[in-house]
Design a protein around this ligand. Structure first.
Ligand code: ADP
Ligand code: MG
Length: 389
């Protein structure tokens, strides 16, 4: 079969009025670049490896065709277990995809459920058992638990999405993802999405897809050009604090701020110090209980707290419109994480600024950062070039 052509408006996709209304209600006037390219291909039934910058609307690119895929199933009423399955690397991302999917699934009265670690297994078990779920959003580990508990099964799954696919493999979920894929019918449609895509996961991606169409919007690993990136090179670690304290109040006037820190204990320390300096701030990392993590994100999304200090838990996929400034207080562990962190601002065509604080010791990262800034059309400061040399 031929490759479908990209479309310019949502109506060109052949969506019916119910779905078009849901899209309009979500505030989408025209499809984004990845949506224009991926939706027709997904509707044609082909597998996809989709790579597009952060904030470019990848979620709707896989959710909208999924709904149509489900509505096209003849034996919709028969059997149990989801037809569409979305796997995500973190709990927070699973919750967000669940919320986004529900907005659109309402158009057809489809039931969406989410299962992820940290929250009550019993509640999730009951939710899955309580009725027919057509769409399930899950983190891999918890999905496997749910299958073992016989809360659900994968017999009906024919549309599988791996969101932030490379992160899933990075986090060591490869065996889980493989075992899930092995238990889904081989004639399924499989879609992989990410903003970054490392060569080494190419093999994995190929092994779970069948003759995929590769859709690449922009350069892989390139940051969104709506984000201005500013890098400061410091002689001493301690100078970063002085800079932060001088600038933070100004950032808070512009909008919400996410500060990325390397380690969990450093998150708590920085957030305590900021609170002592009278900043309205909250901390997020993997050692918090799940209900605490959810509350922190809820408050931050609702604009109740202006500043979020976080580890890379918040680096991927999270979509919080009020975030105008991202600060890499500590550098990311690699350039892909950096791309995802800065991508927490500049969502859906909005502007944003990302500051990266780097010290003289971190010359190894400096080289990669220079290349990243260059491919993302950003100014490379001379101090950084020096450090990289
Ligand atoms: P990505 O997964 O590529 O990082 P998301 O799917 O999280 O991006 O979308 C980023 C933001 O853009 C979300 O708030 C989403 O609701 C919004 N969005 C997505 N598609 C469109 C569109 N076509 N028009 C306007 N806003 C959109
Ligand atoms: Mg996403």
């Amino acid at each position: 079969h031929g490759i479908a052509k990209p479309c310019l408006s949502f109506a060109h996709f052949g969506f019916d009025q119910d779905l078009l209304n849901a899209v309009i209600k979500a505030g989408y006037t025209e499809p984004s670049a990845i949506q224009r390219q991926a939706i027709p291909v997904a509707l044609s039934g082909r597998d996809i490896i989709g790579i597009a910058k952060t904030g470019s609307g990848k979620t709707a690119a896989f959710v909208l065709p999924m709904l149509i895929h489900i509505m096209d199933q003849e034996e919709l009423v028969k059997g149990d277990g989801p037809i569409g399955l979305v796997l995500a690397p973190t709990r927070e991302l699973a919750v967000q995809i669940y919320q986004e999917t529900r907005k659109f699934a309402k158009a057809y009265g489809l039931k969406v459920a989410a299962v992820y670690g940290g929250a009550s297994k019993l509640e999730q078990f009951k939710d899955l058992r309580s009725g027919t779920v057509e769409i399930l959003v899950a983190t891999p580990g918890r999905l496997i638990d749910m299958i073992k508990m016989k809360a659900t099964n994968l017999k009906r799954v024919s549309y599988l999405v791996l969101d932030e696919a490379d992160r899933m493999f990075d986090l060591g979920f490869e065996p889980q993802v493989r075992s899930i894929c092995d238990n889904i019918r081989p004639d399924r449609q499989t879609l992989l999405f990410s903003a970054t895509f490392q060569k080494r996961i190419e093999f994995l991606a190929r092994s779970v897809t069948d003759d995929p169409i590769r859709i690449n919007v922009g350069t892989t690993g390139q940051a969104n050009e709506d984000i201005t990136q500013i890098v400061h090179v410091f002689d001493e670690e301690e100078m970063k604090w002085d800079w932060l304290i001088r600038r933070l109040a100004g950032f808070c006037v512009e909008g919400s701020v996410i500060i990325f820190v390397g380690r969990k204990d450093a998150v708590d320390l920085l957030s305590t110090n900021l609170q002592k300096s009278n900043f309205d701030c909250t901390a997020l990392h993997g050692d918090l209980q799940q209900y605490e993590r959810e509350k922190v994100l809820r408050d931050f999304k609702a604009n109740k707290v202006k500043v979020l200090v976080s580890t890379d838990v918040a680096a991927r996929g999270l979509d919080i419109k009020t975030v105008k400034n991202v600060i890499n207080y500590d550098i990311a562990r690699d350039i892909d994480s950096h791309t995802h962190r800065v991508g927490r601002t500049g969502r859906a065509g909005e502007k944003g600024t990302a500051y990266t604080l780097i010290t003289q010791k971190e010359d190894r990262f400096a080289g990669e950062l220079v290349r990243h800034l260059e491919t993302s059309g950003q100014v490379v400061p001379p101090e950084l070039l020096n450090l990289a040399m």
